[in-house]
Design a protein around this ligand. Structure first.
Ligand code: AFP
Length: 313
């Protein structure tokens, strides 16, 4: 536990913390660049869109949807960061090579505003980021060197891991991120569960998982926004999120590279687990950028129990 004499964790900002974690200068710069980009996303969420996409503002400029705007903000920041060689966005599904010489550079996959339609309903949404060394994006999530998400809710928070624990930062009145939780750890079993997908399309095995959790007294908590739901599961430390294989969608809905891998990296770092029912999410070798995968993520014992039910069929 890091704490300098006389200082509380609330007085440690993101850059200071990253330096104290002895992370590489390039990695620190990358995380701080993404944190900077989030300030523009916050402003866009707070002031932009509101269903006016496609119209023009008072300067005659075309109003673009929030998810397009947030994607532009992230892409620009990453391309000019000087430490990124390759990027891929959930919004565009293409690999963009920034530098042909990947030496010392990172590859970044991101979902600039996951759950963006929820903004119009004033619900929490988020940015999800996965970081690899080098320029190969189609490798197992286990090879990531870092992952993070930024949650735009009542507060703006940033949760990251560089493989040495999971830490939460909260945006202060100067729009800087201060440490608010360090070394986040999860319990083995859940008292909340977040079930994605239509129940009518669940397999009998998945129904058993839900019944098992319900009989154990776990309460249903689901917002429809992956980042907010994972934040609930992770910070409460007693939850499980599930987006299963469905009768008409055997691969479920969530995107392996852009959504599931970064969250699985964070949850495993906090002592939790993530599976597609057959193997750890982080061990899946992606075949394509838009690959989807069922996901059970959260408290370790319950994720393992879910896999037991799914393989018992
Ligand atoms: P969008 O990005 O298309 O809004 O979907 C959000 C999401 O990928 C993820 O944030 C949610 O967990 C999941 O979809 C919600 O899906 P259902 O509405 O089918 O439960």
């Amino acid at each position: 536990m890091y704490r300098e004499a006389g200082k509380t964790k609330f007085q440690i900002n993101l850059r200071q913390h990253l330096r104290d974690q002895n992370l590489s200068g390039n990695f620190i710069h990358l995380i701080c660049e993404i944190a900077e980009a989030s300030k523009y996303v916050v402003n866009s969420i707070r002031t932009g869109d509101l269903g006016v996409a496609g119209t023009s503002n008072l300067y005659g400029e075309e109003q673009v949807p929030l998810d397009v705007l947030s994607d532009r903000i992230m892409r620009k920041r990453l391309m000019h960061s000087g430490v990124v060689g390759t990027i891929a966005s959930e919004k565009t599904d293409e690999i963009v090579t920034i530098s042909s010489n990947p030496h010392g550079l990172f590859s970044v996959v991101y979902d600039s505003l996951d759950g963006s339609p929820l903004v119009d309903l004033n619900l929490a949404v988020g940015t999800i980021v996965g970081i690899y060394q080098g320029n190969d994006l189609l490798q197992p999530g286990r090879n990531m060197v870092g992952a993070m998400y930024i949650l735009y809710g009542p507060r703006v928070s940033l949760v990251y891991s560089a493989g040495k624990g999971v830490f939460e930062f909260t945006m202060n009145q100067l729009m800087e991120f201060d440490l608010s939780r360090d070394n986040i750890q999860m319990s083995p079993t859940a008292d909340i569960y977040a079930p994605g997908g239509l129940r009518a399309k669940y397999s009998p095995e998945h129904d058993q998982v839900i019944n098992y959790l319900e009989e154990r007294g776990a309460k249903l908590r689901y917002s429809g926004g992956f980042v907010a739901d994972i934040n609930h599961v992770l910070l409460k430390g007693k939850g499980i999120f599930m987006y299963p294989a469905l009768r008409d969608a055997p691969q479920g809905k969530l995107r392996l590279i852009f959504e599931s891998n970064p969250m699985a990296f964070l949850v495993e770092q906090a002592g939790g687990a993530a599976t597609d029912g057959l193997r750890p999410i982080l061990d899946i070798v992606p075949e394509s950028l838009d690959q989807r995968s069922p996901i059970y993520i959260g408290c370790k014992d319950d994720v393992e129990k879910a896999a037991e039910f799914l393989n018992a069929g």
